[in-house]
Ligand binder design. Structure first.
Ligand SMILES: Cc1cc2nc3c(=O)[nH]c(=O)nc-3n(C[C@H](O)[C@H](O)[C@H](O)COP(=O)(O)OP(=O)(O)OC[C@H]3O[C@@H](n4cnc5c(N)ncnc54)[C@H](O)[C@@H]3O)c2cc1C
Length: 277
């Protein structure tokens, strides 16, 4: 069972728990992107199992009226074993989503996986259309990647980047990454007529998106993580589209520690919870 301290970031260990979280979040006007925790599998068994779990989850969502979709990680679907394994499992999941009229986001992992991830996205964007991909502002290549993606069906989520790529492929200074994010977001509002997904908790980037929307009319949605700026999620949802990325599953410990370590306020909260039992 997930302790209360972690359950602010993780939507339970099982699909029914995750769907219940989605229902409660929808009641606040916020859509939910469900991610089954799991990554970097080196055997086919777990990769195939997670693909099946996603298919079952898509079946479950289809029996409800929830505003919910899923987000998968390439290494969870087998990319570390080869592009063919990833492509085969992703195809199962996207075809199932397409049957139900649902949507699949593809997360972006470290910079060595960008080509394989974008190639798979492009294939399904052209075939089914019901896919989105995440793209990282800290990578030097991203402007060129966005130019490639601009005319494809499907959606693109711009994030700052959660990995730590080397300086020859990435901007490493926070201020430089913020500058890139602003430039890339501006480009997206100019070039992505079908819409932009702003994957950030940063009030400055969300304000910029609103200004760009007013200037260009391009539709957009804000995406934030479960447990981060939840009040802002609800407030923003009053007059724009907001989605919450909510991970679930039994492999929650490392995800929870990443969330705690990235922000000292969370660390204080975690320590107080441990000290006070
Ligand atoms: C929906 C979603 C999906 C993502 N998917 C991916 C992915 O596929 N691949 C990937 O590499 N990365 C992904 N990320 C992570 C992303 O790359 C960043 O590491 C992460 O979002 C932190 O950057 P930020 O833009 O939120 O702002 P930061 O630069 O971390 O923070 C900027 C400002 O935002 C506010 N803020 C940030 N965190 C908090 C908090 N905990 N509480 C209160 N205020 C806060 C503060 O005002 C802060 O000054 C995803 C993020 C989101 C939200």
């Amino acid at each position: 069972m997930i302790p209360p301290i972690a359950s602010q970031f993780v939507a339970g260990e099982t699909a029914p728990g995750a769907l219940e979280h989605a229902r409660e979040t929808n009641e606040r006007g916020v859509g939910v992107i469900l991610n089954l925790l799991g990554e970097h599998y080196h055997e086919r068994g777990p990769a195939d199992e997670d693909a099946q779990t996603y298919c079952d989850l898509l079946d479950d969502i289809a029996t409800t009226d929830l505003r919910a979709c899923i987000s998968v990680k390439p290494s969870q679907l087998g990319l570390d074993m080869g592009e063919d394994v990833f492509r085969e499992n992703l195809a199962r999941v996207v075809e199932r989503a397409d049957e139900h009229g649902e949507f699949v986001w593809i997360d972006m992992e470290d910079h060595t996986t960008t080509d394989a991830t974008l190639d798979a996205f492009e294939h399904h964007a052209r075939e089914q259309g019901c896919v989105g991909v995440c793209i990282q502002a800290n990578l030097r290549r991203t402007r060129a990647d966005l130019e490639r993606l601009a005319d494809l069906p499907g959606k693109v989520r711009l994030v700052k980047g959660a990995y730590d790529p080397p300086a020859d492929v990435a901007y490493r200074e926070k201020s430089r990454v913020n500058e890139e994010y602003r430039d890339l977001l501006t480009y997206m509002f100019e070039a992505f007529d079908d819409g932009v997904a702003v994957g950030s908790h940063d009030p400055a980037m969300i304000a910029l998106a609103e200004d760009l929307h007013e200037e260009h009319g391009t539709p957009y949605e804000v995406q934030m993580l479960m447990g981060v700026r939840e009040d802002a999620q609800t407030e923003l949802a009053a007059d724009r589209e907001v989605w919450q990325y909510a991970p679930y599953g039994t492999k929650w410990i490392s995800y929870f520690y990443r969330r705690v370590l990235e922000r000292k306020e969370n660390l204080g909260f975690a320590l107080r919870a441990v000290v006070s039992g």
